[in-house]
Design a protein around this ligand. Structure first.
Ligand code: ATP
Ligand code: MG
Length: 415
């Protein structure tokens, strides 16, 4: 007996029903992004492993345990991209765009993280991401957030809330980090093992530990909002007043720290209660230091990524377009004419299946299964007279028509 086929846990097939939803999401994204003059980029799925180590950060979950990294036959250290921002920055730098003014990019495609598979958490998943380079000031953040909200609105996803935070910058964060570390060390015994590991390496991540006992210890942990420098404070005020001006609702959540090292100042998440623990559908923030840390000039940048599968879980199935007509050929002699008819109907914009000939019974069964509106029957008589027999399946009404007249009836789509 043949061995049972295996697939990798957390990696799913995109079958027609699912893909119809994805395409709907992509179409809405393209439309909304176009109104902000954002251009599409298509970036590689394979990247040098070092790119993510340098950008996302060695102590992050992504780099420390989630990357699909391997050595290829030539000895190069390669990685299936776990996220899109690092590759976008690499492309921006290598294309020599640092003096070309603001760049506004979006991408869509698969990302790979070796996570524990569960609802809303896959090992291959898709992101729709937006990155702005060389756009300074809170106005960009404000407009990006309004755009993200509009994207979710136009998809029909209503029950999300926007949470924002500021993460400070390289000037003010080190002092905050120290303050936080001192606070955490005093409570180390009551924190979980993961948090203990992070106290030294990535203390801010302790703040978003999902563990309830840890959260109880963190109730009055120092918040970065209260420790940022004047410039970061002004940026955050600008962000909030811009959102107010556009009537975009938000709450400040001092616990949002984002998992990746490169974020500074603005951090945000659109969250829903409908997906259990995996409730973040769209997330991002500013990463003004990343271009420079990868070897470019100091360049401001801000971006976000939305998880396509999580968005799809919030959306109803998209109804498949209804088949207009099934062409049934009776007898081998009528096949050539029936093929030409099917071809002509499609050129008129109709949705057509050729049932392939054989018995009338078999071909009507196909029309039934495909939920077609009409069956168009072509036998000896129809070929001789140069017309077609058209049967409306719901009413059972059928008549002989010239092809042109049949096309008009089908195109009217009123029965
Ligand atoms: P989470 O806190 O859910 O792990 P994250 O901080 O790792 O998210 P980002 O790296 O910011 O997420 O990715 C942006 C979005 O991509 C997430 O909000 C989510 O919608 C989606 N996403 C991230 N990881 C996965 C995954 N493993 N499976 C499915 N979607 C994911
Ligand atoms: Mg994650």
């Amino acid at each position: 007996m043949a061995k049972k086929l295996q697939s990798i846990r957390g990696i799913h097939d995109g079958l027609p029903t699912e893909v119809a939803k994805w395409r709907n999401i992509e179409d809405v994204a393209r439309k909304v992004f176009a109104s902000h003059a954002i251009s599409e980029v298509r970036l590689p799925i394979l990247e040098p492993k070092s790119l993510f180590v340098r950008s996302v950060g060695e102590e992050t979950d992504i780099v420390s345990k989630e990357m699909y990294a391997f050595e290829d036959q030539g000895g190069d250290h390669i990685c299936l991209r776990p996220e899109g921002t690092a590759g976008a920055v690499r492309a921006y730098l290598q294309a020599g765009l640092t003096r070309a003014g603001a760049q506004r990019w979006f991408y869509m495609g698969p990302m790979f993280r070796r996570e524990r598979p569960q609802k809303g958490r896959l090992r291959q998943f898709q992101q729709i991401g937006v990155e702005y380079f060389a756009v300074n000031g809170p106005v960009a953040d404000v407009e990006m957030l309004r755009m993200a909200q509009q994207f979710l609105d136009e998809l029909g996803i209503q029950q999300t809330r926007l949470e924002i935070n500021t993460l400070g910058c390289s000037a003010c964060r080190p002092a905050y980090r120290e303050t936080l570390m001192t606070y955490l060390k005093e409570r180390a015994e009551s924190l979980c093992a993961t948090c203990n590991d992070r106290i030294e390496t990535n203390p801010m991540r302790v703040l978003d530990c999902k563990n309830k006992t840890c959260q109880a210890q963190l109730l009055d942990a120092p918040e970065v909002v209260a420790h940022v420098c004047d410039d970061c404070d002004a940026h955050f005020s600008g962000l909030k007043s811009g959102l107010d001006a556009l009537a975009v609702d938000y709450t400040v959540n001092p616990r949002i720290v984002r998992g990746l090292d490169y974020y500074n100042r603005t951090a945000f998440e659109f969250v829903t209660d409908q997906l259990g623990a995996q409730g973040t559908v769209l997330a991002g923030g500013r990463y003004d230091g990343l271009v420079e840390s990868l070897g470019g000039p100091a360049t401001s940048a801000v971006g976000f990524a939305a998880g396509m599968e999580r968005l799809a879980m919030l959306l109803p199935d998209v109804p498949e377009p209804r088949l207009d007509v099934v062409v049934a050929a009776l007898g081998d002699e009528s096949l050539p004419y029936s093929l030409r008819v099917a071809d002509a109907l499609r050129q008129q914009g109709l949705i057509v299946i050729h049932a392939g000939g054989g018995t009338a019974k078999r071909q009507f069964k196909i029309a039934d299964r495909e939920n077609s509106r009409f069956v168009l029957v072509i036998g000896e008589d129809e070929v001789a007279k140069g017309g077609v027999m058209l049967k409306h399946l719901k009413t059972g009404k059928q008549d002989f028509y010239r092809l042109d007249d049949a096309v008009q009836i089908l195109l009217a789509r009123d029965v």
